[in-house]
Ligand binder design. Structure first.
Ligand SMILES: NC(=O)C1=CN([C@@H]2O[C@H](COP(=O)(O)OP(=O)(O)OC[C@H]3O[C@@H](n4cnc5c(N)ncnc54)[C@H](O)[C@@H]3O)[C@@H](O)[C@H]2O)C=CC1
Ligand SMILES: N[C@@H](CC=O)C(=O)O
Ligand code: NA
Length: 924
């Protein structure tokens, strides 16, 4: 204790300060009035007046004398800012402050790397703040805990602490340096042993005892590093920040720096012979009474920021083990990116929301002086890091783009929402105060608050573990109001999370919240509460915890990447499914690069085996993987994996089977927010009530169900019909050749060819259903007729359709498709005769389906058409569908083209997938 503080803003605070700073060691008497500065002649016995830039005088203690009395010459009004402004620190070269955390100081090699970083940049003066070696602070706290619980193991733990530093020092130092360090270490350990023994006997450690013990980690790490730097020839001083940093406890495990006192102490410290490189201890400081204390947990960053402010550093660099601040927690969002810049406010908001950035209190000291903080990775020097600074200009490119105004997303889990509701709250002053007063009385921390201006309800979030006490207290506080009905309820919604979008420019950019909520709606996520302060640095939404990661991914991808990501599960890798997978493989890169659409197949399941992936199956190898890595198929597990266990917010299951059991799941999937795309006709042509339930659900949710390929494969049949209906046209009838298989068969069933021969050809070409009897029986066409009839508003069941069945009666019960194909040649005669009769009349046979809207019926039959009719002109597997409507009455609207086959069908499914992507926000 060498100097007294004589500056303050008022005589009374001066009195407090001097007496606090000096009692009980330096009893002083003070004049009732101070003289003007020019008249100062104070020189109490045993003290000298030292030069000071700030005030008329400050006093230095000479020798061991204690001042008998003290005459204060002047009192200047000096704020802490001025204190720092006028600091008499070495002027000229700028200082930069660097802080290396415990991980950076974890081993001898790492300490050496830190030294190399410091030595590698001779450009300016450096004040390097270091943490204890990793885990040491925990070890030290553990020592205290053990000692006060009278556990003898504190002694062996202390040996462990000694051992760790001794071994590290031996790896780093040699000769006199090593001897000096080890002797200091030894002496510190002996003192600690005595102190811990006292704690052991007392069975209790005061906070200052405990702070004194734990602070040793920093003392040792700082000394070791300074020896290492000196060893390389660079002059280096080391600073025990307990000699410099003065902090005042504020309760709640926090301290406030006393810049004024600290500035003075620092100034004093600099009067010695100080090198241009200083290694300082993080975390530790002294109280105004000179008692060792700490800046509390994670205090080294704070130390660096305070030192930065005290020396008016050009920059404070926080060295850590990540490349910088991410746009979202990279463990939850694989696409999270490192942010190049953040404003102080943004960094502040991010830290509040639990992002591992900086403690908000670290930002305060540097923000005051506009000192930038750079976060850098000690293990990756090539990464530029994240700069936290005052932001004015257009740091991220396009000032007005949504991407640049939302910087990052953060989440807080394990919250509960409390909703206090009732008509008796509106217009009653004091209700909010009574509610939050009650919450305060149980000591709960309110994380966010939302109240609509109708004032009928107040809702707020508190940590889950505090909600029981809060709701009990509210119920008891408002018992009378609840009984009288003025309050209707105190409701608790458990298992909630907060998602916050953070960004300073949100304040001036319209559409940010619309985009955020749109992304959540599209991911089928329900928002329970919303809060946005006037500062608009963040928009906070509360949602169920189980949706939180998906919400985070949806919002992040929508804003940050502006990329539409879709997690897909492919069910039924048969002809269509495998062709689709190959098309996806060939097109994925183009979609990603040119259209910003990222499609990931997270799983493929057949009826017996499935393969799953966390980040997307390599589609160049999916067939091999199916052999090597497959597990037993389980559709529930499959859907759950694709939906939940991935990094993408939007999920689509693509059903490429013809299985009605798979179709039975659509309702449940849509309800869970899983989009469904399919060429499988079973859902839309199955039981009418199931169909209507499914479509009702689809219409009222944001979840999509697309099935273009169920009719006419890739031809735009469903889309055309929907377009006509949605724009107000009225459908009169739909008539056409809906079966690629039957079109192919009758287009080629000419001359002397047999029916069975042409059927085999259609099957080989991939036009038929898995069992060709579905085509020949007319069932497949009837299903398409039903699909179009229902789409047009008719409520028909499959059994309502009259169908001409082409499967010979005896083969309808054949056990397999293969057996049927074997037997079919035996029944060629009948159809050959029908064909020959038609040909003789100048006509052709065509298998057609009709939706007759006026008569509310569907027909599927084999008809004869003259050779110049459009239906007679088809080739290959062409479908032809003619829509007669009020607008297209005289000339029907006709869609024609190949309506079956692997490529065109898979292409139709693929285009549904892209339609979904564009509904979800991909550029159209
Ligand atoms: N082939 C075509 O030209 C067209 C076909 N479609 C429809 O596409 C769908 C697929 O047809 P294809 O690929 O030709 O049939 P496919 O028989 O070649 O493929 C179906 C696949 O689904 C698998 N599967 C069956 N049940 C399953 C289950 N419960 N779980 C998982 N996998 C299961 C089968 O093992 C098979 O791999 C059918 O619904 C069909 O109606 C639609 C338009 C045109
Ligand atoms: N088997 C069907 C194909 C798809 O629906 C057909 O032949 O048209
Ligand atoms: Na189609």
């Amino acid at each position: 204790m060498g100097s007294l503080a004589l500056t303050c803003s008022s005589p009374s605070s001066f009195l407090r300060r001097v007496s606090r700073a000096n009692e009980p060691r330096f009893p002083i008497s003070l004049p009732s009035r101070c003289l003007p500065r020019s008249q100062c002649s104070c020189k109490p016995q045993g003290w000298s007046i030292s030069t000071s830039l700030r005030i008329g005088c400050s006093l230095e203690r000479a020798g061991n004398a204690t001042p008998k009395n003290l005459h204060v010459a002047s009192i200047a009004a000096v704020s802490p800012e001025e204190t720092i402004e006028n600091s008499s620190l070495p002027k000229g070269d700028m200082w930069s402050v660097h802080k290396f955390g415990g991980t950076c100081m974890g081993t001898a090699e790492r300490i050496q790397s830190v030294a190399d970083i410091v030595l590698g940049d001779p450009s300016e003066r450096k004040l390097v703040v270091v943490s204890a070696m990793s885990k040491v602070t925990d070890m030290m706290y553990n020592l205290v805990d053990r000692a006060q619980s009278r556990d003898d193991a504190y002694l062996s733990s202390l040996d462990g602490v000694y051992e760790k530093h001794m071994l590290t020092a031996k790896q780093l130092l040699e000769g006199d340096d090593l001897v000096r360090f080890l002797s200091q270490l030894h002496s510190d350990i002996s003192n600690l042993k005595a102190m811990l023994r006292a704690i052991y006997i007392a069975g209790h450690a005061t906070e200052s005892f405990s702070d004194f013990v734990v602070g040793h980690g920093e003392l040792w790490s700082a000394q070791m590093l300074s020896y290492v730097i000196r060893k390389s020839g660079r002059p280096c001083s080391w600073m025990d920040t307990r000699d410099v940093l003065i902090v005042k406890p504020t309760g709640a495990n926090q301290v406030d720096p006393d810049y004024f006192e600290s500035g003075k102490k620092l100034e004093k410290w600099f009067t010695g012979d100080i090198a241009d490189t200083i290694i300082a201890t993080g975390f530790i400081a002294s109280t105004p009474k000179n008692i060792p204390t700490t800046l509390k947990r994670d205090g080294s960053d704070f130390s660096a920021a305070i030192m930065g402010a005290l020396v008016k550093a050009r920059q404070v660099t926080i060295w850590t083990d990540v490349d910088g601040v991410y746009s979202a927690d990279p463990r939850k969002v694989s696409e999270a990116v490192i942010l190049r810049t953040l404003s102080y406010q943004e960094a502040w908001e991010m830290s509040y929301f639990g992002a591992n950035v900086l403690h908000p209190r670290t930002i305060i000291p540097v923000m005051k002086y506009n000192i930038p903080i750079l976060i850098r990775n000690v293990f990756n020097l090539s990464a530029p890091g994240t700069m936290i600074c005052q932001q004015t200009g257009n740091e991220n490119g396009d000032e007005n783009s949504l991407e640049s105004c939302v910087k990052a997303f953060a989440t807080i889990d394990n919250l509960a929402l409390v909703n206090v509701e009732g008509t008796g709250m509106a217009g009653v002053p004091g209700t909010a105060s009574a509610i939050f007063g009650t919450v305060k009385d149980v000591g709960a921390n309110v994380i966010m608050i939302s109240q609509a201006s109708s004032e009928h309800s107040v809702c707020f979030a508190v940590p889950e573990e505090e909600v029981k006490a809060v709701s009990d207290a509210l119920e008891s506080r408002f018992r009378q109001a609840l009984d009288a009905g003025r309050l209707s309820k105190v409701e608790v919604i458990h298992n909630c999370s907060i998602l916050a979008a953070v960004g300073q420019k949100m304040a001036s950019t319209p559409g940010v919240s619309a985009t955020l909520f749109d992304s959540l709606a599209k991911a089928n996520i329900n928002v329970r509460a919303i809060a946005q302060g006037c500062s608009e640095y963040n928009i906070t939404v509360v949602l169920k915890q189980e949706n939180c990661v998906r919400a985070l991914r949806a919002a992040h991808s929508r804003f940050y990447l502006s990329k539409t990501t879709l997690a897909m599960g492919i069910i039924g890798p048969g002809l269509i499914g495998s062709t689709l997978l190959d098309q996806l493989r060939d097109q994925a890169a183009v979609l990603k690069d040119k259209f910003n659409i990222d499609l990931r197949v997270m799983g493929i399941t057949g009826s017996r085996a499935m393969i799953l992936s966390e980040s997307g199956i390599d589609l160049t190898r999916w067939r091999e993987l199916q052999k090597e890595k497959a597990q037993a198929a389980d559709l529930e597990k499959f859907a759950q994996h694709v939906h939940e266990n991935h990094f993408f917010p939007n999920t689509v299951l693509v059903d490429c089977t013809s299985d009605s059991n798979v179709a039975n799941h659509y309702y449940d999937w849509l309800r869970k927010g899983i989009h469904v795309i399919t060429p499988n006709k079973k859902a839309n042509s199955g039981p009418l009530d199931r169909y209507l339930k499914l479509r009702t659900l689809q219409r009222k949710s944001y979840t999509h169900y697309f099935y273009e390929a169920t009719v006419g494969a890739g031809l735009p049949i469903i889309g055309t019909l929907q377009g006509l209906l949605e724009t107000g046209d009225k459908i009169l009838s739909i008539e056409g050749i809906f079966s690629g298989t039957l079109s192919y068969i009758f287009n080629n069933f000419k001359g002397t060819r047999t029916f069975s021969e042409v059927v085999a050809e259609a099957k080989a070409a991939g036009y038929t259903e898995p069992d060709p009897r579905d085509d020949l029986s007319g069932t497949d066409v009837a299903r398409k007729v039903i699909i179009l009839a229902r789409e047009s508003g008719l409520k028909l069941e499959l059994s309502d359709i009259q169908i001409a069945n082409l499967v010979p009666e005896p083969l309808r019960a054949s056990s397999s498709a293969a057996e049927f194909m074997n037997e079919l040649p035996n029944f060629d005669g009948d159809l050959s005769k029908q064909r020959d009769d038609a040909e003789a009349a100048g006509e052709v046979l065509r298998y057609v389906g009709v939706v007759d809207i006026a008569n509310e019926k569907g027909i599927v039959e084999l008809r004869r058409y003259s050779k110049d009719h459009p239906f007679a002109q088809l080739s290959g597997s062409d479908n032809i569908i003619s829509f007669t409507t009020m607008r297209y009455k005289d000339q029907p609207l006709i869609v024609r083209g190949p309506g079956a086959g692997a490529e065109v069908t898979a292409g139709g499914v693929f285009s549904d997938i892209l339609r979904l992507a564009s509904y979800l926000g991909a550029p159209s």
